[in-house]
Ligand binder design. Structure first.
Ligand SMILES: [Zn+2]
Length: 63
């Protein structure tokens, strides 16, 4: 799985690690919703977060 050739905007590095803080993101108007965890893609060289992704985006629109 080397298809995504991403490059750090800050240092040009190409080594990344995916991480999560295990805190769910919830829709602002639905506080009771489970929400979904965020996945951070972090540059191993300088620590820049190059991407934040929601693991299950559909969880954010559930009633
Ligand atoms: Zn970097």
């Amino acid at each position: 799985m080397n298809s995504s050739e991403i490059e750090c905007k800050s240092c040009g590095g190409k080594s990344f690690v995916k991480a999560t803080d295990y805190i769910n993101l919830r829709p602002m108007n639905k506080k009771m919703t489970m929400g979904s965890e965020k996945i951070y893609t972090v540059c191993l060289n300088c620590g820049e977060v190059v991407s934040i992704k929601i693991l299950n985006p559909k969880q954010l629109q559930r009633d």
